[in-house]
Structure formats: structure tokens, C-alpha cells
Design a protein around this ligand. Structure first.
Ligand SMILES: Nc1ncnc2c1ncn2[C@@H]1O[C@H](COP(=O)(O)OP(=O)(O)OP(=O)(O)O)[C@@H](O)[C@H]1O
Length: 752
């Protein structure tokens, strides 16, 4: 990765000692990251020297060498090959070769940041006591596993699984480090075990190519040797052919005097020789998997791969006869399962793989080998079936909770039976040490991108503050690193666009605005448009209308007014709600009706309750947290008491009237403020999750509540009615209210 001179970046030292020598070079202008660690790319081709050629000894033909006693060709080649450092079978039995077996401690212990730290950091310091002026002073650990921040459990599992060669299923939100951990695992696996795979022509049955494995690096040598052999043989044949042609032509011209006949004979001889020489080309094996230059065990991402890319394929041959055909072993292509042999196969969104592929994947996991055949039934490749090709990989399956439900149960069973399941964390406790790691995260992302100007200390602070906000939980930091990394990149790009030497706090603030999610942009647009059409009411009192709040996507609040109308029913009463939120409305009404039955003389079962979520038609609005809103709207309509429109609310409701915690309070409060509300009701148990931006703090009063009676107390109009209504409610559900604190928080927070 090269540095742009304009961006003010300078060298960042890798934190392991061995790089110090490199750094001593005054000319070194490059920042370094572990090679291939971030993108999982395979290194470039091998550079073979003549000295390495094991085929120097003349005399022995390859066919003779291969004929051996049916062993792997790697073991029957001449001694030079076995002396190659790539390692023979004895070495393979030693899991970690010459390297000392890594212990969980040395691999997994949290790597402290390599920069100056204050002895006793101020708890308020967003940098956790880091004494730095910019990200430039933060060094990045060499190994990817040490770059992973948080996800302690997942990291420990990955390390253990790497040692024990176990499969892992990682379930969790996108961008929390699943594929990063999978790549990190491939770095931990022993490289000494790697193998090359060759496919040979089968003289007995051309459609059943033979497969041989050899230690990594030897495959290329073998192919080269075969090519050389074939070339020599062809040379000999050519020489012989020209001699014969000259003799025939000479005879025809000088002795027989039949020049035309001579030319014809020479032509036939030429064609016959060319045809015969094709056979020796067909003997050159196809190097299916080449690990010659692989620096770490392979990492293969087979996310969304079609069957051929995953399981291997045999190309179609348009010329299947007449001497024009390509030998079938030459048409064989390896799949990700074969290329991942002795490494890691990563499949994200595992449930999106078709069932047939999942079944084949299971076989490959179970058997440790999988033959290759043409995936298209109508292609000539479907006739070909190779001998089994090794597929001894560690499978890392990933996805969100849906993935787990929809994946093939037997495949999940295989992973569970032979490995671990991990749920990825979404937030982590906010400690000075963690803040320092977040500062390192900024440095990591800058290095990974390679073009961003370094971040000043204030810019880093703003990123850490944003991760606190995004966590949605007091004293926690968000582990949604992909989106946080997106913010780092946008801020850096803005700075770069301005030719700034450093990325400053102002750039981060501008980036926050610019990198708003689609949902945020849509939410802001909605708020503006509603103001235009006066759908939004933020003053006065209205019967049966309550300003609810919801979140769109992960990070965008929106005001979602709810209207309720109660009318006598002809038959048994019904809850009538429109749109996607119907189920939620019915659930909220059934919760509130249990309370209403207790305090009201009105027989709710004889009424039709109509509920409307105003303009909640757009995708993505999750209204689960609107249950106190629906309850308040229904009670207001039932009792015909107005609701304060300068108030918005969010909260889930239990059958006993307890207000339960919900998600996204910070974004909801901001949306209420943007919509012009003066006050907002939130569940008491969400109080510590509020992380609103400074600008909104002055605009809105936050009222935490733990019971529906408190909601009504704040929301309903007028004294006499309100008092009687609320008093009745309090009397009847008093016990619940008194127990409120203990009752309100037990259930898991509703998702939104
Ligand atoms: N725990 C982490 N520590 C440091 N950086 C992280 C972490 N998690 C994610 N990142 C950063 O975010 C990027 C994206 O993460 P990654 O691809 O691993 O997410 P993922 O969980 O696999 O997401 P998806 O399921 O969408 O593929 C990484 O390349 C890395 O830069």
C-alpha cells in the first residue's frame, strides 16, 4: 500500500520486533499490514529456478516413475523431490512442523495497544489515556487475530477450533467481524500441512481422471517436468519425422521419379506424427490446487457461490471426437471446497446455498474428500467423474439468526457435532482499554484503506463517541465495525478532498451527516414532508391521537402517529388495524384490554377498536415499541380525553401495565425533537441508553416511566377526568406499579 504524499501519512511501524529492521530503512515509505490478511488474496505465481528442478536426472521417463506401486506420485519421484524443504509425510504428521505449537494465551491474549499510555487514565478521557496526537503514533499488530477488537468469546473459539481443527458457526449482525475471524483462523493453521492436487489422464477410462496429492510446491515441479518430458519427446518425434519425410521425398524424386506421390506420402507421415504427438501432451497432469506460494493456510470465501464454484466442475468440450477433443482431466476445475483443503472454507449467509450444494458440502465435510464432476447435466463434463479430491477444510459458516433457521438441519448438525457455535456480540463494555483499542481500530482502517490522511486525536475521540451512541446502551461501545469503518473512510475522504494534512473532528462531523443511511435520509425526508402537510401535530390536545416513535433500519428514528377510534360493535368487538402493523396493534390492544377491563365500566368486548398508524406504509418500520402508544390512544378514545400532541412516546407494554424497555431510544428521541415535540416518554429501564447529540438536549425533555398510569398522567388532558381515570388505573394496578421496578425489566428488550 503506498502513501499519497498529500495525505500527510507517515510510516506506521508494525508492532512485532522483526519489522524493526525494515523500519530502520530511511527510504521506506510504505505502511504495512500482514500480507493477504485483509483481502485473503492468493499470492502471485511461483518463480521456479533451474536448480529446483527435480527432473534433472535423465533416463527415467515420467510414466515409469509414476507407474511405481500405486502410491502417490509425490512419494515415487526421485530423491531430489523428497529432499525439498516443502516437507514429506513425516512432517505432515507433526501438526505445527518446526513452529512451536501456539498456546491459547500467546494467540488469544488481548494485545494491548502499542502506543504511549497514561498511568492512571481519566475515566472521562475518550482516548482511554492514550498520549497521542494522531493515529500515526499507533502501531498495528501483525496478526489479524490480534487486530480483532472485542468478540472475546468468538476469538477464543476460533483459536481453539484452529488448534483442534473444528468447524465453527458464527451467527450475528453484519460487519461484526465474522469473516475477519475466519481469515484470522487461516493464519493460525499450520502451513506445513498444505498440499497440491494433480489430476492425471486415466488410460483405462478417460472419463475417470486420476487424482494425486503431493506436498505443497511439488505440484508445479511435477507439471513442469511432465511438460519438459513431453517437449523432449515431441522434439525427438519431429526430428524423426523430418528424417523420414526427407528420405521419402528423396526416394520419390530421385529414384522413383514420382514427385506427387512423394509429396502425398510426406503429408500423410506429417499428419500421422502430429496426431501421435498429441498423446504425449495428454499425459501432462492438470495442477488442480497449487499451494506453491501460499504463505498461510488457504482462506476461501464461498459466500453465494454457485454449485460449480463451490464443488468443482468439468468444462464442456465442444469437440468430443475426431482427435480434436481436450482430455477430460484437463477440463477439471477445482471448487472452493478443494482449494480450501487444509485451510478455511468460509460461507456467509449459509442458508442461501441451494439444498443440493448444502448436501454435497455435508458429504465433503464428512468424507474429507469429494470427486469432481460436471455440474451441468447437459454438458459433456457431466460424463466425467474424477477420483476423490481431498476436502479437509475447516468450515466456518456464518449468517444472522434467519440463516440458522433456514439452513439444512443436517448440515447444522454436522457443524455442531464437530465444532462450535458462536453468537457474535453487538456491543462491548466501555472501558479505557477498549477505547484505546477503538483508537487502534481507526488506525487499522486507515492502514487498510491506504489513502486516508491520519486522524487527529479529536477526530478519533469523535469516532469513539459515535460508537458509544451507536451502541444504544449506556457504558457500551458498538461492535458494528463495518459501518464505523465506513464513517472513518468517509471522514478521511472528505479530508482528502480538501487536501487536508489530517482528518479532523470537523471532517468526522461532516462525514456523519454525509454517511447517513438510506433509512436516516428517508426518515429525515419524512419528517420534513409531514411538516409540510401538517400531518405532524406537535401542539394542543387531540382525542385518540398519540405521537408514537419507531426506528427504521438500525439508526433512524421516525415519529409515527397512532389514531384510535372506538365504536359500538354489531357483533363481538374486534380490533381493526390496517397495514403491516396489524398484528402488533392487535397484541397491544389485547394487552391494554386486560388493564381496561379492570378499571373501566366500558365493556371493551362489545366495541370495535379501529387503529391507524398514520403513514406507516413504508418498508422497514418496526412498530413493536409502539404498544404504549396504542394503549394510550385506545384509552384516550375510550374515555374521550385529549392527548398532549407536544409529547411523543415509545415503550413496550406488559399485560399488567408495566412499561418495558425497547431498542433505539436515542434515535427515537432525536426524531421526536426534530419533529418539534417538547417532551418524550421512554421506559425507565432505557434511561441509561440515552446518548442523544448535544444539539437535541436543549430541545426536548425526556420523561422515563415504568407504568402505563405514569404515561397517562403525563399525556392526558384536563384534571378531573384525567385524575379519575389515572386514579382508577393506579388503584387497580397499584400492586403492579409498586413492584414496577422489579417487574419492568425482566423480559428481553423488544427488538426495536
Ligand atoms: N471485531 C472487529 N475488530 C476490528 N475490526 C473489525 C471487527 N469486525 C469488523 N471489523 C472491520 O469491519 C470489516 C468488515 O467485517 P467482516 O467482513 O468481518 O464482517 P462480517 O461479520 O463478516 O459481516 P458480513 O456478515 O456482512 O460478511 C473488517 O474488514 C474489519 O475492517
Amino acid at each position: 500500500m503506498s502513501n499519497d504524499d498529500n495525505n500527510g501519512s507517515r510510516d506506521r511501524r508494525r508492532s512485532d520486533g522483526e519489522d524493526d529492521a525494515e523500519d530502520a530503512s530511511p527510504d521506506r515509505e510504505e505502511r504495512t499490514m500482514p500480507e493477504g490478511s485483509q483481502d485473503g488474496e492468493e499470492p502471485d505465481g511461483n518463480e521456479q529456478t533451474d536448480d529446483d528442478d527435480p527432473w534433472r536426472s535423465p533416463g527415467s521417463t515420467i510414466e515409469e516413475t509414476l507407474a511405481g506401486n500405486g502410491e502417490s506420485p509425490g512419494e515415487t519421484f526421485d530423491e531430489d523431490i523428497d529432499e525439498q524443504p516443502a516437507g514429506g509425510d513425516e512432517q505432515l504428521s507433526d501438526t505445527h512442523g518446526e513452529n512451536e505449537e501456539p498456546t491459547i494465551d500467546d494467540l488469544g491474549s488481548d494485545v494491548e495497544i502499542d502506543a504511549e499510555i497514561e498511568d492512571d487514565p481519566d475515566p472521562e478521557d475518550l482516548l482511554g489515556g492514550l498520549k497521542i496526537d494522531s493515529t500515526e503514533e499507533i502501531n498495528i499488530p501483525e496478526r489479524l487475530v490480534d487486530q480483532v477488537i472485542g468478540q472475546e468469546h468468538a476469538r477464543d473459539v476460533i483459536i481453539k477450533a484452529a488448534k483442534q481443527r473444528r468447524h465453527v458457526m458464527m451467527i450475528g449482525a453484519p460487519g461484526t467481524g465474522k469473516s475477519m475471524l475466519a481469515k484470522a483462523m487461516s493464519e493460525l493453521l499450520p502451513k506445513e500441512e498444505l498440499q497440491d492436487v494433480l489430476v492425471y489422464h486415466n488410460p483405462d477410462d478417460g472419463n475417470k481422471p486420476k487424482v494425486r496429492t503431493v506436498p505443497a510446491g511439488k505440484g508445479e515441479q511435477i507439471v513442469q517436468a511432465h511438460k519438459e518430458e513431453a517437449r523432449k519427446r515431441n522434439q525427438m518425434r519431429s526430428f524423426l519425422m523430418w528424417i523420414i519425410i526427407i528420405v521419402v521425398l528423396g526416394y520419390a524424386l530421385i529414384i522413383a521419379g514420382q514427385i506427387l506421390l512423394g509429396i502425398l506420402a510426406a503429408g500423410i507421415i506429417y499428419i500421422a506424427f502430429k496426431y501421435a504427438s498429441r498423446g504425449s501432451d495428454a499425459m501432462v497432469p492438470n495442477l488442480l490446487v497449487n499451494n506453491a506460494d501460499t504463505k498461510t493456510a488457504p482462506f476461501r470465501d464461498a459466500t453465494g457461490a454457485h454449485a460449480g464454484a463451490l464443488l468443482g466442475d468439468v468444462r464442456h468440450d465442444p469437440f468430443q471426437s475426431g482427435g480434436m477433443e481436450t482430455p477430460s482431466h484437463d477440463r477439471v476445475e477445482a471448487g472452493a471446497i478443494h482449494k480450501a483443503n487444509k485451510g478455511v472454507l468460509f460461507v456467509d449467509e449459509i442458508n442461501t446455498l441451494d439444498i443440493r450444494s448444502q448436501q454435497h458440502l455435508m458429504t465433503a465435510i464428512q468424507e474429507g474428500e469429494f470427486g469432481i464432476t460436471g455440474q451441468s447435466e447437459r454438458s459433456s463434463g457431466a460424463m466425467v467423474q474424477t477420483e476423490p479430491v481431498p476436502t479437509d477444510f475447516i468450515m466456518i459458516a456464518a449468517g444472522n439468526l434467519d440463516a440458522m433457521e433456514n439452513m439444512h438441519p443436517a448440515l447444522r448438525n454436522r457443524i455442531k457435532g464437530y465444532g462450535y457455535e458462536v453468537y457474535m456480540e453487538e456491543t462491548i463494555e466501555d472501558t479505557p482499554e477498549m477505547r484505546r483499542k477503538y483508537a487502534r481500530f481507526v488506525a487499522q482502517e486507515i492502514t487498510k484503506d491506504g489513502r486516508l490522511p491520519e486522524f487527529t486525536d479529536d477526530a478519533i475521540r469523535e469516532i469513539i463517541l459515535e460508537s458509544k451512541r451507536r451502541a444504544g446502551r449506556k457504558n457500551h461501545l458498538s461492535l458494528h465495525f463495518r459501518t464505523l469503518g465506513g464513517l472513518v473512510r468517509v471522514a478521511g475522504d472528505i479530508a482528502r478532498g480538501e487536501d487536508a494534512e489530517m482528518t479532523t473532528r470537523q471532517h468526522v462531523l461532516a462525514a456523519k451527516d454525509r454517511s447517513r443511511s438510506i433509512e436516516q435520509q428517508l426518515a429525515d425526508d419524512y419528517i420534513e414532508r409531514r411538516k409540510d402537510y401538517e400531518i405532524q401535530v406537535a401542539e394542543g390536545y387531540v382525542v385518540g391521537r398519540v405521537n408514537g416513535l419507531a426506528v427504521m433500519g438500525e439508526d433512524s428514528g421516525i415519529m409515527l402517529p397512532v389514531m384510535a377510534e372506538v365504536a359500538p360493535s354489531q357483533g363481538p368487538g374486534d380490533v381493526i388495524a390496517t397495514g403491516q402493523l396489524k398484528e402488533m396493534a392487535q397484541e397491544s390492544v389485547s394487552n391494554v384490554s386486560a388493564i381496561i377491563k379492570k378499571f373501566s365500566d366500558v365493556n371493551i368486548s362489545e366495541k370495535d377498536i379501529h387503529i391507524q398508524f398514520i403513514q406507516a406504509g413504508q418498508q422497514g418500520v418496526d412498530g413493536d415499541s409502539a404498544s404504549i402508544t396504542v394503549a394510550a390512544a385506545v384509552i384516550s378514545a375510550l374515555e374521550e380525553v385529549g392527548v398532549d400532541q407536544s409529547l411523543a412516546m415509545t415503550g413496550s407494554l406488559s399485560v399488567r401495565g408495566d412499561v418495558l424497555p425497547v431498542g433505539g431510544v436515542t434515535h427515537k428521541i432525536e426524531a421526536a425533537a426534530k419533529s418539534g415535540c417538547d417532551r418524550v416518554i421512554i421506559p425507565e429501564s432505557n434511561k441509561q441508553d440515552v446518548m442523544i447529540e448535544d444539539e437535541y438536549e436543549e430541545m426536548i425533555e425526556i420523561i422515563p416511566v415504568s407504568h402505563i398510569s405514569e404515561v397517562l398522567d403525563v399525556a392526558l388532558e384536563g384534571e378531573p377526568e384525567k385524575d379519575s381515570l389515572v386514579d382508577r388505573l393506579k388503584n387497580i394496578t397499584g400492586s403492579a406499579l409498586n413492584e414496577g421496578a422489579s417487574v419492568a425489566g425482566p423480559s428481553s428488550p423488544s427488538p426495536q
